[in-house]
Design a protein around this ligand. Structure first.
Ligand code: PLP
Length: 392
C-alpha cells in the first residue's frame, strides 16, 4: 500500500490522537529507515528513544525469536529465568536492591507513586501522601501521571485527576521545600527533562534535593524513562549526578523496541510492595526480558557507554560547525540532545529535515530533539549532518 492509501484507511479506522509525520515506515537497518515508497531516512528519533540498539539488530532479534519459540508469556504466577536475569543485571549495575517490572513509562511511574505512598503510610500512617514534581516535567499519560506532570496543558478534560501532586521550580530548592510542606512522601524528577525541552537539572540542586529527602525521610524518585539505559553515556543518568535515589523508573529503551518498564528500588524501600499490593499481567514477561537482556548485554559495557558519550560530543561539534544562525544552542548529554531554534521556525525546519531524509523530534517550546539509536554509526551521523547543513 502507498502512504496515501494507508492514510485514508487510518483516518477511517484509527482514533485521531496523534499528529503524525506524513510518511509510513516499512523497514530499518541500524539507524536508517525506509518508508513504504522506498525513500531512505537517517533516524535521529529511535521510536522516541526506544530502539536503543538500532533496527534489525541481530543479537536482539535473535534473542526475541529464540524466547518466543521457547516460551512467550506465562504470567507472574510462575518464575522464568529471563526475568530474574534482567532484575539481577539492573540491581548489580545500579547498586540498588530490587526490581518490579511494568510495561511502559507511565505504568512504571504509577508503580513508583504507589510505592512512595505505601512507604509513608506503613511508617507514618495517613496524611503524608503528596509527591512534589518539577515544573516542565513529563511523567506519563495516565490519569495519575498526567497530574504528576508539571505542565498545565496536561491538566485538562479528564477530571478528576489523582490528587496529591504539587510542582516546584527546577533549580529552586526553597520552592521544593515549600511545596513539600509537611505532608509529602516523595520528590519525583527527571534529571534531563525530556518532553519539557531537553532541560538538564543543575547538579548542586539535585544533590540538595537528595539531602532534603534524607532529612525529611522523603523518597527520591528519579524518572529515567527517557534518560536511562545508556542514553546519556552512563547506564542511568543519576550515576553522573553523585546521588543515590530511592527509586528509579525506566522504560523506553530497555527492551530495544518491545514494551517494557521497570521500577528499581533501593534497600530503603525495596520491600514496601508485598504480595497482593501491586501487579500487572504482562510485567516481566519472558520475551520482553529476553529482549532487555540482549539490550543490556550490548549497552551495559564501559566501552559502549563511552562510545555513546563520544557520539554525543561528535554530534554537538558537528552542529556547531554548521555555523548556522538558526541554531541558538545545543543542550543535553550523550545521545539525548536538544537543538535550540526559534519556536516560529521549528515546524518548517523539522519538515524540511524529513523531506531531505533526516527524522527528528521536538520537545518543549523551542527544541529540536535528537534521540538516535545508541548504535548509530559515524557514517550515519555524517550523512545526517550533511543533510542538516542544507536545512540549517
Ligand atoms: C516517555 C516518558 C514517560 C511515559 O512513558 P510511556 O511509555 O509513554 O508511558 C514518562 N516519563 C518520561 C521522562 C518520559 O520521557
Amino acid at each position: 500500500m502507498t502512504y496515501q492509501q494507508l492514510k485514508a484507511e487510518e483516518q477511517q479506522y484509527v482514533m485521531n490522537t496523534y499528529g503524525r509525520f506524513p510518511i509510513a515506515l516499512d523497514h530499518g537497518q541500524g539507524a536508517t529507515l525506509w518508508d513504504v515508497e522506498g525513500k531512505k531516512y537517517i533516524d535521529l528519533t529511535s521510536g522516541i528513544g526506544v530502539c536503543s540498539v538500532g533496527y534489525n539488530n541481530e543479537a536482539l532479534v535473535d534473542a526475541i525469536a529464540a524466547q518466543a519459540h521457547k516460551l512467550m508469556h506465562v504470567s507472574n504466577l510462575f518464575l522464568t529465568a529471563p526475568m530474574v536475569q534482567t532484575a539481577k543485571t539492573l540491581v548489580q549495575a545500579t547498586g540498588m536492591a530490587k526490581v518490579f517490572f511494568a510495561n511502559s513509562g507511565a505504568e512504571s511511574n504509577e508503580g513508583a507513586i504507589k510505592l512512595a505512598r505505601k512507604y509513608s503510610f506503613d511508617k507514618y500512617g495517613k496524611g503524608r501522601s503528596k509527591i512534589v514534581t518539577l515544573k516542565n516535567s513529563f511523567h506519563g499519560r495516565t490519569v495519575t501521571t498526567l497530574n504528576a506532570t508539571g505542565q498545565e496543558k496536561f491538566h485538562n478534560y479528564f477530571f478528576p485527576f489523582t490528587e496529591g501532586f504539587d510542582y516546584a521550580e527546577a533549580g529552586n530548592l526553597a520552592d521544593v521545600q515549600a511545596k513539600a510542606g509537611d505532608d509529602a512522601c516523595a520528590i519525583m524528577m527527571e534529571l534531563i527533562q525530556g518532553e519539557g525541552g531537553v532541560l538538564p537539572l543543575d547538579k548542586d540542586f539535585v544533590q540538595a534535593v537528595e539531602a532534603f529527602c534524607r532529612e525529611r525521610d522523603l523518597l527520591l524518585i528519579i524518572d529515567e524513562v527517557q534518560t536511562g539505559i545508556g542514553r546519556t553515556g552512563t547506564l542511568f543518568c543519576f550515576q553522573q549526578y553523585g546521588i543515590r535515589p530511592d527509586v528509579v523508573t525506566t522504560a523506553k529503551g530497555i527492551a530495544g523496541g518491545l514494551p517494557m518498564g521497570a521500577v528499581i528500588a533501593a534497600q530503603s524501600c525495596c520491600d514496601v510492595l508485598g504480595p497482593g499490593t501491586h501487579a500487572t499481567t504482562f510485567g516481566g514477561t519472558p520475551t520482553c526480558c529476553a529482549a532487555a537482556n540482549a539490550v543490556l548485554d550490548i549497552v551495559n559495557r564501559p566501552e559502549f557507554l563511552r562510545s555513546v558519550a563520544e557520539k554525543g560530543e561528535y554530534l554537538k561539534k558537528g552542529l556547531a560547525a554548521l555555523h548556522s544562525d538558526k541554531i541558538q544552542g545545543v543542550r543535553g548529554q550523550g545521545l539525548m540532545l536538544g537543538v535550540i531554534v526559534d519556536p516560529d521556525a521549528r515546524g518548517a525546519l523539522v519538515n524540511e529535515c524529513l523531506e531531505k531524509g533526516v527524522l527528528v523530534l521536538t520537545a518543549g517550546a523551542n527544541a529540536i530533539r535528537l534521540l538516535p539509536p545508541l548504535t548509530i554509526t559515524y557514517e550515519e551521523m555524517d550523512e545526517a549532518l550533511a543533510i542538516l547543513k542544507t536545512v540549517f
